[in-house]
Design a protein around this ligand. Structure first.
Ligand code: ZN
Length: 150
């Protein structure tokens, strides 16, 4: 487990509505410090998402949260029109969600809000990078178009 100066109590204070479990607690500890973490198996070195207490590839229980870049390519984009109320979420306009395959590993996918100044849709295979949004319910990872040269 990464060395976090933050406490477990702080996780529950900052993310009161999050479904925090033994398997994802360290992921939320990372969020407090704006560190994007994904579970990684120490036996086979593969990342997996969603977080589990064992590796879905080799079934080892030796898994830990590891940092990832948050950079990757859009594999799915959708506008969500219903869901739980949340700070900054506009379901009437359609909340823009991208599923991104992270560059760390083929098939490793995370979903998050897609953010652009003009609110446009993401394009399939568009390169994106990580940004953190400050929400009332805690720092939230999101994706913006990549600033890297293609
Ligand atoms: Zn494994």
């Amino acid at each position: 487990m990464p060395d976090h100066p933050r406490s477990i109590d702080e996780v529950f204070d900052v993310f009161p509505n999050a479904p925090i479990t033994h398997d994802n607690l360290d992921i939320y500890l990372g969020r407090l410090e704006r560190r994007l973490l994904v579970k990684r198996c120490r036996a086979c070195d593969r990342y997996h998402e969603p977080p589990r207490s064992f590796c879905p590839d080799c079934l080892s229980g030796d898994v830990a949260a590891a940092p990832v870049s948050g950079a990757g390519r859009v594999v799915l984009f959708s506008r969500v029109h219903t869901g739980p109320a949340g700070f900054g979420i506009d379901y009437a306009a359609g909340h823009p969600i991208a599923v991104v395959e992270l560059r760390e590993q083929p098939g490793l996918r995370l979903s998050g809000q897609f953010v652009t100044p003009d609110g446009r849709d993401a394009r399939l295979d568009e390169r994106v990078e990580l940004v953190w949004i400050d929400r009332a319910d805690g720092p939230t990872p999101a994706f913006v178009p990549s600033s890297e040269e293609v």
